[in-house]
Design a protein around this ligand. Structure first.
Ligand code: ADP
Length: 556
C-alpha cells in the first residue's frame, strides 16, 4: 500500500499541535506502516519532510472539502510569524498575516481556486520586525472519484529570488535611463552641430561657384568642403550608433521608387570614384521591381556605407553595385545587393571582426584612410533590423564583395508614397523672378538659404519666426515658403496649420534636422508639401523648389 505524503509537525484545526511522527488517523488513507525497503515509516516520512521543508524553505497546506479540515505545516507558521497560540482554521485565516497590499490577491486567488478550480499562484509580502519576507503561495485542487475533494498547496520563502530580481530590474532601469540620457545628449549635440555645419557647407558651395578664383583658394575651399562632408558622416554615424545602443532605431515602411534610389545612390557617389579614377558600375537585374514598400532611408544608408568603403579602399580598377532578385512571389521579393571592389581586400582572420563597433583591420587603416570603424557595425545592425543577412568575401590584395539580402514587399495603398525624384537638372536661372519667403530664426541658416536662392536669381524675403511669416504671407504674394520647423513664438508646424486652415495653399518646404517617421507624420499632418534635411545639398534645394512652384513661373 502506498503511503500518502506526510508533513513534518503541523497544527490541526482545533488548536491541537501534533509532534513529529504522530499517528494521524483523522486523515483519510493515513496508515502507520513499519519501515521496509520500499517504504518509510510515517515517523520517518514526517522527519524527512520536516528537513525537506527547511531545505526548500517551503511548507505545505491542505484543505479538505469533505471535512472542512485545514492542515498547515509548522514551517508555514514560522514563515508567516504566526504566534504559537494561534491555529489557522482555514485558508483565509492566513490573510491577516500578509502585508496589506497582497491581501486582495490572496483572497481572489483562493476564490478562483475554490469556485473555479483555477490554480492559485500569488507572490505576497510578509511584514517582519526588521525586514519583510516574500512568499509564493501556490495551490491546486485534487480530485477523488471524479470529484474535487481537496485543495493542496505550498508556501515558499522566495525573498532571496525577489530581492535579486528587484536589484536586476533596478539595474536595468538605471542602465536604460543612462542610455536614454546619452542618446538624447548625442541627438541634441548632433542637432546643434548640424545647424552651423549647414552654414559651412552652404557657404563653401557658394564660394566654389565663383569664377576667376585663385587655384590655391579653390583647393582650400575643396578641402573645407571635403572635411565638412566627413564631419557630417561622422555625426550621422555617432547619432545612429547611440540610437542603436539605446534600442531606439525602428524601421519605417513607405512606398518608394527602388530603381530611382539605386540610380541616385550611384550618381551621388560617381564623383568620388571619378576623382579616384576608378570605374563605378551599376547593374540591376531586369526582374528588380521599380517600386517597393520598405525603408528607403535605411537602405540608402546601407548601400552608402558599403559603397563609400569600396571606393575608399580601392586605388585601381573598379567598384560595382549589383542588384539581383533571389526570390520572388506576387507579394514580395528577396533582393541581393552586392558591392564589389578591386581594392586592398580584407585578411581572412579580420573578416568577422570588422563588423564590430570601432574595429578596423589595423591601426594603419586609420592613419591612411581615416574612419571610425562604426560604419559596418551600423550597417550590420540595420540589416538585422530588416531581418536580412550580410556577408563578406574578400582576398587580401585583390578586393572584396559585400552581399546584403533584404526582403521587400509590394507597394501598399495604406502606406505613404514618396514622390519620384526628378533627375532633371535645370539651369539655375530658371528661378528668375520667383518670390520665395525664407523663415528661420537662425541667422546663419537664413543667410545661407537667402544667398543660395538669390544666386539662382530668385527674389527672396525673410522672416524670423512663424508670426512674422504669417504677416508677410497675408500682405504680400509669394510663390513658395522655405520654413524651419523649430522657431520661437509660432513654430513651423503651427504656422503651416494656420495657413491651411485659412485656405492658403502656398507651397511650403520644411527644413528639418531630424526627418524620422514621427517628424514626417507631423510634417504631413500640418500640411507641409515637402521637406529637406539639414545640412542639405544645394542641388536638392534647387530641385525641390522647382518641383513645387507653379510651372508657369519657371522660365523656359
Ligand atoms: P571605417 O571605414 O570608418 O573604418 P567601417 O566599419 O566601415 O569603418 O569598416 C571597418 C573596417 O573594415 C575598415 O576600417 C577597413 O579596415 C575594413 N573594410 C571595410 N570595407 C572594406 C573594403 N571594401 N575593403 C577593404 N577593407 C574594408
Amino acid at each position: 500500500m502506498n503511503v500518502p505524503p506526510q508533513y513534518g509537525t503541523y497544527r490541526f484545526q482545533g488548536a491541537k499541535s501534533y509532534p513529529l511522527g504522530a499517528s494521524l488517523t483523522s486523515y483519510d488513507q493515513v496508515q502507520v506502516l513499519p519501515a521496509t525497503n520500499q517504504h518509510l515509516s510515517l515517523p520517518q516520512i514526517s522527519a524527512l519532510s520536516g528537513e525537506v521543508n527547511s531545505l526548500l524553505e517551503a511548507g505545505f497546506w491542505e484543505y479538505s472539502l469533505e471535512t472542512n479540515d485545514f492542515f498547515c505545516s509548522e514551517y508555514i507558521y514560522d514563515l508567516l510569524h504566526i504566534p504559537s497560540s494561534f491555529t489557522l482554521k482555514d485558508f483565509t485565516s492566513l490573510v491577516p498575516f500578509v502585508a496589506e497590499e497582497g491581501r486582495g490577491f490572496l483572497v481572489d486567488g483562493w476564490q478562483g481556486l475554490l469556485n473555479n478550480g483555477l490554480e492559485l499562484n500569488c507572490l505576497v509580502e510578509v511584514p517582519g520586525e526588521a525586514e519583510s519576507t516574500w512568499i509564493r503561495i501556490r495551490g491546486k485542487s485534487v480530485t477523488r472519484n471524479s470529484k474535487v475533494s481537496r485543495m493542496v498547496g505550498t508556501i515558499q520563502n522566495v525573498t532571496e529570488f525577489v530581492v535579486k530580481e528587484r536589484a536586476l530590474v533596478s539595474e536595468k532601469i538605471a542602465a536604460e535611463h543612462t542610455a536614454q540620457i546619452k542618446s538624447e545628449f548625442v541627438s541634441y549635440l548632433s542637432h546643434e552641430i548640424r545647424t552651423p555645419l549647414n552654414a559651412i557647407m552652404g557657404l563653401t558651395y557658394l564660394l566654389l561657384q565663383e569664377e576667376g578664383m585663385k587655384e590655391e583658394y579653390r583647393e582650400n575651399l575643396n578641402s573645407i568642403h571635403f572635411s565638412s562632408q566627413s564631419l557630417l558622416a561622422l555625426i550621422n554615424n555617432t547619432l545612429d550608433y547611440s540610437k542603436m545602443e539605446a534600442g531606439k532605431v525602428e524601421l519605417e515602411k513607405v512606398n518608394f521608387h527602388l530603381k530611382d534610389l539605386l540610380k541616385n545612390t550611384h550618381q551621388a557617389l560617381c564623383l568620388r570614384s571619378m576623382e579616384k579614377k576608378i570605374n563605378f558600375d551599376l547593374s540591376i537585374d531586369p526582374r528588380t521591381p521599380a517600386e517597393v514598400a520598405g525603408d528607403p532611408v535605411r537602405l540608402m544608408q546601407i548601400l552608402n556605407n558599403l559603397l563609400s568603403n569600396a571606393i575608399k579602399f580601392t586605388e585601381h580598377g573598379s567598384v560595382k553595385l549589383g542588384v539581383e532578385v533571389i526570390y520572388q512571389t506576387n507579394q514580395e521579393w528577396v533582393l541581393e545587393f552586392s558591392v564589389s571592389d578591386t581594392g586592398i581586400g580584407i585578411p581572412a582572420d579580420k573578416q568577422m571582426s570588422i563588423f564590430e563597433s570601432f574595429t578596423q583591420v589595423s591601426s594603419s587603416t586609420h592613419r591612411e584612410y581615416g574612419g571610425t570603424g562604426l560604419g559596418l557595425s551600423i550597417t550590420k545592425n540595420l540589416v538585422e533590423l530588416h531581418k536580412g543577412s550580410i556577408q563578406v568575401k574578400s582576398v587580401e590584395g585583390e578586393g572584396s564583395v559585400f552581399s546584403v539580402r533584404l526582403r521587400f514587399v509590394k507597394p501598399q495603398a495604406s502606406l505613404v508614397t514618396l514622390a519620384k525624384t526628378s533627375g532633371s537638372k535645370l539651369p539655375y536661372t530658371k528661378l528668375r523672378g520667383v518670390k520665395i519667403l525664407v523663415v528661420d530664426d537662425n541667422l546663419m541658416n537664413k543667410t545661407v538659404a537667402t544667398k543660395l536662392l538669390t544666386n539662382w536669381h530668385a527674389e527672396v524675403a525673410t522672416a524670423e519666426d512663424g508670426m512674422a511669416a504669417l504677416t508677410k504671407i497675408y500682405s504680400d504674394e509669394y510663390d513658395l515658403v522655405l520654413m524651419d520647423l523649430y522657431m520661437p513664438n509660432l513654430d513651423g508646424f503651427q504656422t503651416v496649420s494656420t495657413l491651411r486652415k485659412a485656405g492658403c495653399q502656398i507651397p511650403v518646404i520644411a527644413l528639418t534636422a531630424n526627418a524620422n517617421e514621427k517628424e514626417r507624420k507631423r510634417i504631413v499632418e500640418a500640411g507641409v508639401n515637402d521637406y529637406l534635411t539639414k545640412p542639405f545639398v544645394p542641388q536638392d534645394l534647387f530641385n525641390k523648389v522647382l518641383q513645387h512652384i507653379d510651372s508657369n513661373k519657371i522660365l523656359c
